[in-house]
Write a protein that binds this ligand. Structure first.
Ligand code: SAM
Length: 187
């Protein structure tokens, strides 16, 4: 039996309710769609982001979780010591200043709970020090959504959506030329 997959959370630092509304929402949807188990929102509280993620999970299935964290650095300090099982968790900070993801992905522990940290406003220097890995997806400035998508795809690989996203109300049927959706509640 393959080892149980470790828990992967995404921590969004420095959310600005007005300025980051759409990109934070898309960040959580990307975390969910590419296989993370949870998104943790920090910065300004924003119930609309949490409601969006919960609603998509209800409609499309799976057990994706989301919550607000008022003290992200305290959370990271604790996580770096104890991921909840008495052992240190693994902190991956995505930043354009980091080492290449192509190199560092090879050495990442495969069995420890992980938090992937992405920024919004200026990221405190302490995040770089707390992180086990500061990883770049290229060294050009782009976006937390693109960085997370590439990193999760390389870390987790292909997801069996029929297994990963169970219990939803609807399911998309891939089509070459039209929108096709199954209403699972009528099945
Ligand atoms: N103003 C923030 C700062 O100075 O730290 C960064 C703003 S950037 C648009 C938002 C986030 O996108 C970054 O914190 C990082 O997580 C991610 N990001 C942007 N470009 C990246 C890259 N080339 N590699 C990895 N992550 C990147």
């Amino acid at each position: 039996m393959s080892a149980p997959r470790k828990r992967i959370s995404v921590l969004r630092l420095g959310h600005r309710r007005e300025r980051d509304k759409r990109i934070t929402s898309h960040l959580g949807l990307t975390a969910r769609a590419f296989g993370a188990d949870e998104i943790i929102l920090s910065g300004e509280e924003d119930s609309s982001a949490l409601e969006t993620w919960k609603s998509v999970t209800e409609r499309f299935g799976g057990e994706f979780e989301c919550r607000y964290e008022s003290k992200p650095l305290s959370f990271l300090r604790r996580f770096s010591q104890d991921a909840g099982d008495g052992e240190p968790g693994e902190i991956v900070h995505l930043t354009m200043y980091g080492e290449s993801w192509r190199e560092s992905i090879k050495s990442i522990e495969s069995d420890r709970p992980m938090v992937i940290v992405v920024g919004g406003t200026k990221v405190p220097g302490e995040v770089f020090r707390l992180a086990n890995y500061n990883i770049s997806i290229g060294n050009q400035p782009h976006s937390e959504v693109a960085a997370l998508g590439v990193f999760l795809q390389s870390l987790i690989g292909q997801i069996d959506e029929s297994k990963h996203f169970q219990g939803g109300e609807i399911q998309v049927v891939p089509s070459i030329d039209k929108k096709q959706v199954i209403n699972l509640e009528e099945e």
